[in-house]
Design a protein around this ligand. Structure first.
Ligand SMILES: [Zn+2]
Length: 135
């Protein structure tokens, strides 16, 4: 992959993160199918497949981190942006990224189901869905 040059390498790294919702959805469906197989028959091969995929994703993220680090240092060293501007731009971009992420569900400590945060009541015993809280 390195022999394809900087942009060729970048094309192979973290594709589900840059390819948009469709790729993420496909990966998510694949993982859900894998977990369903595990739940059905406790298949050790399926568990090993999921572990291999997660290791591959972690490896992709680590490689992407190296690429971004090299690129950022090059931009700063060449005077394209100073360190403070880079920090400001990164904070703004990460803020936009975080705002665009789907809201994660909160798991009710009683029934174990996941709900939108607006459907959860914080109690002394932990988060409870409104139905369990009313019991
Ligand atoms: Zn509940």
């Amino acid at each position: 992959m390195i022999e394809d040059g900087f942009f060729g390498f970048l094309d192979t790294v973290g594709m589900d993160a840059v390819d948009g919702q469709q790729q993420r959805s496909i990966r998510k469906l694949e993982l859900q199918a894998e977990f369903a197989r595990i739940a059905q028959d406790g298949n050790a091969d399926a568990i090993a497949n999921v572990a291999r995929r997660m290791e591959a994703m972690a490896s992709d993220l680590a490689a992407l981190r190296v690429v971004v680090e090299v690129l950022a240092h090059a931009v700063v060293d060449l005077g394209g942006v100073d360190g403070a501007q880079l920090d400001d731009r990164m904070k703004a971009a990460l803020g936009r990224f975080a705002a665009a992420q789907p809201q994660r569900g909160v798991v009710c400590g009683n029934c174990g189901l996941s709900y939108a945060p607006s459907k959860i009541v914080d109690t002394d015993a932990g988060p409870r869905c409104k139905r369990c809280h009313a019991l």
